[in-house]
Every structure is written in structure tokens, then in C-alpha cells.
Ligand binder design. Structure first.
Ligand SMILES: [Zn+2]
Length: 366
């Protein structure tokens, strides 16, 4: 008899030693599945269950809903300002009033929330704009919570958009030594706290400094924000897919690159260690970024920890689909939805995507 028992999920070398069980995570973890019960062709014919839309719906394993999508928005000073981002058709730098308009449209389509990035009027060597009480993200968060109280407001917590040099932390006197990890933590904590004070529902540190989640949790707890969740960009890879974002957020580093703090794309086990650390430090949700080229990481993170997990479908992923769609080379709508579904299937509970509003509308249309 042929060996019919297939180990579908090897858990050897499991550092956490826990059973990975996730109910609505886009997959069910069965441990060991015995195919012996299935029988063989011609008794077993998988096509029987693909005959009609109703049958296919009945046995569909993964769902994609508008409520699982979050829309990134770029806020800048002014009124009625909409500056198009050339490499991301449909994406704009928006003044706070326009952010509210865009967010209202997302909410009407069923999108769960927005994540805010700020483009300050001035940058300096201390990223003052990141934690200013009246900084661009703080102003916009307040306006959003006043106008659209039901919509989730997440805020990206980082310093790069506010630093004159464009790096995610403080650069010491000796430039060649790069970002000073420990000196940066206090500023990140201060930034997250200022976002919570402005009404942010979730703060999301994206800097990749060691120890930032603990520093942020401590600052929030000390100041009465023990109920504000942290979504950590736990496994954030140094990626060429971020190219268009840097134009959108005006955050390209003026020297060097971010490889000394963002992760090496070759490392999966290190990603699991990063996630483990962030969970231990108090991350309520963890993120894998980028998404499409890192679906294996997403899968492993969800299987290993069963923690609420997000995927960030980044600017380059969006740009590729938009560009090919505009040329008529692919069906933009079908490819967008298939790609988002793949992220859910891989293990994402929710997805941050520039296509959120559009995808939500398409899902509604069916
Ligand atoms: Zn940054």
C-alpha cells in the first residue's frame, strides 16, 4: 500500500512548542491529515465540488471581506490639497480635510480602518514633527475621530518622514555607525504616546529598532493608555518594493540604506525570532511587510504563534498591478482580489493595502 499519510505541517524545531490553532485565519491547521480516507480516482473526483458557483461557495476555505482591509493615507498640511503620487495611480498626499473625505469613502465601502503617515512641513535631526502635539498625524487623527468615530484610526509610528536625513532613528555623531538604537527608543515612545493622545485607536511602530515595542507599551501604560493596542511591524524586510512609498511619504534616506535595521530578505527563522520578541514585549498584533514576496513568512508566523497577524501589501506590489492593468496586460480587478485572497490564505487576518477602497467595492459587487 502506498504511503497515504502526509504530514502537511511539519512542526519540527518549533521554538515556541505550542500548537498552532487559528480558527478564522484563512486556513485551518490540521496537524496530520490522512488522505487514506479519500479513496482514489475514480471513486474520488475533486471536480464534483467545482460544478457550480453555489457548490464552490459552499466548500470555499478562505474568505476575503472588506472588513479585513485597512487603507494607508498620507497626510500633509493645507486645505483641499490632493498631490498625486506618480508611481501609485489613485494615491495622493492629502490635506487633513481630504484625508477625512477619502476615509469616509473607505468606510462607506466597508473598509475597517485607515493607517496614517505624515509628511511634515519641516524636517530636522530630532524628528520633532513626529511627536509634536499639533503634528500632521496628530491633527489628522483628531479630525478623523471627530468626523468618523466608527472608523479605526491606526497610526504609523516612525521617525524617517520627520528626519532631515530620512533614517528611522537618531544618527549619532559618528555617521558611519548609523542609527543609534537605544537613543531612538524614547522618541518612538513619545511619538506613539502623542498619537494615542490624539485619539489613535492603534499605534503601529515600523522602525525596526530592538526593544521599541516594550518602550512604547511602557509609555502608553504610564500615561493612561493601557487599552491602546500595538500593531508591530515585526518582520519588516529591507525591500526594493518600497520604492513608490518613498516618493509618497518623501522619506528616502539621504545617505546609506536601511539594511542595518530592516531585515535581510533571505531570513525566515530570524523573522520568527523578531515576531517572538515583539509578542513578548507586548505586541497585540504583528505584521509581515512586504506581503506578496513574503507569503511563506506570513504563513510561518501565523502557524507558529497564532497571534493576530497583518500583511502589508506595499507600494511596489500596488504599482506593479496598476501598471500592468493600465497597459491591458492583466485584469487589474481580478489580479488584485486574487492577490489579497492569497495573503488571507497564507495566514493574514487583515491586510493593509492601497487597494482597500476599490477592493471593498469590488467585493460588494460580487
Ligand atoms: Zn521609518
Amino acid at each position: 500500500m502506498r504511503l497515504l499519510t502526509v504530514l502537511i505541517c511539519s512542526r519540527r524545531g518549533n521554538a515556541m512548542g505550542r500548537k498552532g490553532v487559528a480558527a478564522d485565519a484563512g486556513f485551518r491547521y490540521a496537524g496530520v491529515m490522512s488522505f487514506a480516507a479519500l479513496g482514489q480516482f475514480p471513486q474520488y473526483r475533486p471536480r464534483r465540488l467545482r460544478q457550480s458557483p453555489a457548490l464552490r461557495r459552499l466548500v470555499r476555505e478562505t474568505s476575503l471581506r472588506a472588513g479585513q482591509l485597512v487603507l494607508p493615507l498620507f497626510a500633509r498640511a493645507g486645505r483641499k490639497v490632493r498631490v498625486p503620487v506618480a508611481s501609485m495611480p489613485g494615491v495622493f498626499q492629502l490635506s487633513p480635510d481630504e484625508v477625512v473625505r477619502e476615509a469616509a469613502a473607505a468606510q462607506a465601502a466597508g473598509v475597517a480602518g485607515v493607517i496614517l503617515f505624515g509628511i511634515p512641513e519641516r524636517k530636522d535631526e530630532k524628528a520633532s514633527g513626529a511627536y509634536a502635539a499639533n503634528g500632521i498625524v496628530q491633527q489628522t487623527a483628531r479630525l478623523l475621530k471627530r468626523g468618523l468615530p466608527e472608523l479605526l484610526v491606526l497610526t504609523d509610528v516612525c521617525l524617517c518622514e520627520y528626519m532631515s536625513h530620512g533614517h528611522c532613528g537618531i544618527i549619532g555623531r559618528n555617521k558611519s555607525r548609523g542609527v543609534d538604537n537605544d537613543a531612538t527608543l524614547a522618541l518612538l515612545a513619545r511619538t506613539a504616546l502623542s498619537h494615542a493622545e490624539a485619539g489613535a485607536d492603534v499605534v503601529a511602530p515600523s522602525d525596526m529598532m530592538d526593544g521599541r515595542v516594550a518602550a512604547i507599551r511602557q509609555a502608553l501604560d504610564r500615561h493612561g493608555f493601557s487599552e491602546t493596542p500595538i500593531l508591530s511591524y515585526a518582520a519588516k524586510f529591507a525591500s526594493a518594493y518600497y520604492g513608490p512609498f518613498r516618493e509618497a511619504a518623501e522619506s528616502a534616506p539621504k545617505f546609506g540604506d536601511r539594511r542595518a535595521y530592516q531585515m535581510d530578505g533571505a531570513n525566515a527563522l530570524e523573522a520568527l525570532r523578531e515576531v517572538a520578541l515583539d509578542i513578548q514585549e507586548g505586541a497585540d498584533m504583528v505584521m509581515v511587510k512586504p506581503a506578496l514576496a513574503y507569503l511563506d513568512i506570513l504563513r510561518r508566523v501565523k502557524m507558529e504563534f497564532g497571534h493576530p497577524t497583518a500583511a502589508y501589501a506595499v507600494s511596489g506590489e500596488y504599482a506593479m498591478i496598476k501598471a500592468a492593468g493600465a497597459k491591458g496586460w492583466i485584469d487589474e480587478r481580478a489580479v488584485t482580489l486574487e492577490t489579497l485572497l492569497a495573503m488571507r490564505r497564507a495566514g493574514a487576518d487583515f491586510i493593509i493595502t492601497y487597494s482597500a477602497t476599490e477592493a471593498a467595492r469590488w467585493l460588494k459587487e460580487g
